[in-house]
Design a protein around this ligand. Structure first.
Ligand code: HEC
Length: 125
């Protein structure tokens, strides 16, 4: 129930805050918060990765999510929930991904709900 409430709040925030965040700001925020591990633009964008790939690239993550969820709300809800509460049993990627990279550490406390809502909207587009 608690998680559900959080998701609904985040979704509501997403629709209202997007109006104030330009896509450039959203991109910069996503790069700041996620690119330490995920390549944001392409396979060749190694920003922050120091040449070592620490996680699947974001385009791969998004392709996987889109294969599994039909609506925008479901895609965004999954992104928000997984970023705050990653778990083996929620993974859409196969077990081998976890064995290779390790489970994603929770980003709880590293970004606000509002920031996460902006990032999820940005990644969806
Ligand atoms: C400290 C490294 C790290 C950071 C920072 C990070 N991730 Fe991840 N992420 C991972 C790893 C490793 C995986 C692959 C293993 C897994 O799925 O848990 C992953 C997987 C994912 C998945 C796919 C889960 C699945 O298997 O279905 C999503 C969605 C995701 N990350 C979103 C994000 C978002 C959004 C951000 C930025 C707010 C972010 N991550 C920041 C390490 C990170």
């Amino acid at each position: 129930m608690q998680t559900r409430k959080l998701l609904i709040t985040a979704l509501l925030l997403a629709s209202s805050t997007l109006l104030s965040a330009s896509s450039e700001e959203a991109k910069a925020l996503t790069t700041k918060k996620c690119s330490e591990c995920h390549m944001i633009d392409s396979m060749t964008d190694t920003h922050g990765a120091n040449g070592h790939i620490k996680a699947p690239p974001m385009w791969g993550v998004m392709r996987k999510i889109r294969e599994n969820f039909k609506t925008k709300d479901e895609v965004i809800a999954f992104l928000i929930d997984y970023t705050l509460n990653p778990a083996s049993e929620k993974m859409l990627f196969p077990k081998a991904t976890e064995e290779y990279f390790g489970l994603m550490p929770s980003q709880k406390g590293k970004l606000t709900e509002e920031e996460l809502a902006i990032i999820a909207q940005y990644l969806y587009q």
